[in-house]
Design a protein around this ligand. Structure first.
Ligand SMILES: *Cc1c(COP(=O)(O)O)cnc(C)c1O
Length: 236
């Protein structure tokens, strides 16, 4: 399949992902309206975002505040319904810009960051939706609050943010069956009465839907592979 030969690639891919979401919902007795597709456009140019917008996609995810700041504000005027989710790890010194830009910040994962976000919300007078990121596989290299501390941290965030705290997000370990991890996150969200469960990416969003995801974050399957960090050593 020569992907770049299709000028409507993004629209075609989006339609396929939407169809797969509908099918996954049907398989688990859920309604498609319960699942929001977050199109992850990180590393892809603004043109790719425009293509997706033209195809009716309104919810986007970006990893880096800086990149989002370059790509998105220009589109807002033309697309007031557009929503931007920040899905990457956040440094406290980026909290203010994140609050200024985002409609949802999915990656609150430590008390210092929660403090910085609370401060930014006051200063900016904006109140994005907020999710706590849980390190659901307790992987040392991954961000997210460790599972042992999650209940306490979620309760703290509920006190601090009130209804702005909408739910939980996770990225399960890459090398094992994601289903039990997704199930664990859904159980945790239910325990705290939180409605939003952000989990599932290109490779596993159907599994996530079966386990109760309300938001799936899909990048590669919509926009194609991200450019590698460095060019390959050699090409024939
Ligand atoms: C990049 C990214 C995604 C999308 O991953 P794909 O495998 O390209 O669909 C989802 N969530 C987060 C947090 C990401 O960083």
């Amino acid at each position: 399949m020569i992907l770049s030969a299709d000028p409507n690639l993004v629209a075609t891919n989006l339609q396929e992902i939407r169809n797969r979401i509908v099918a996954a919902c049907a398989n688990s007795g859920r309604r498609p309206e319960e699942v929001t597709l977050v199109a992850v456009s990180k590393t892809h140019p603004a043109d790719a975002v425009l293509e997706a917008l033209a195809a009716g996609q309104m919810v986007f995810g970006e990893n880096r505040v800086q990149e989002a700041a370059q790509k998105f504000p220009g589109q807002r005027a033309a697309h007031p319904a557009m929503r931007l989710h920040i899905i990457g790890g956040l440094q406290t010194n980026k909290a203010r810009e994140a609050v200024r830009l985002a409609d949802c910040i999915e990656t609150i994962d430590r008390p210092r960051l929660a403090e910085a976000i609370a401060d930014a919300i006051q200063r900016e007078g904006r109140s994005p939706d907020l999710l706590v990121q849980v390190n659901i596989g307790d992987e040392p290299q991954k961000s997210g609050i460790p599972t042992a501390e999650a209940d306490h941290f979620i309760a703290d965030c509920r006190n601090r943010f009130g209804a702005m705290l909408q739910g939980l997000m996770c990225i399960p370990p890459a090398d094992s069956d994601p289903a039990p991890h997704f199930a664990a996150l859904a159980t945790m969200a239910r325990r705290h009465g939180l409605a939003v469960i952000s989990m599932g990416m290109s490779g596993d969003f159907e599994t996530a839907i079966a386990q109760g995801a309300t938001h799936v974050r899909v990048g590669t399957a919509i926009f194609g592979h991200r450019p590698p960090l460095a060019p390959p050593a050699s090409a024939p």
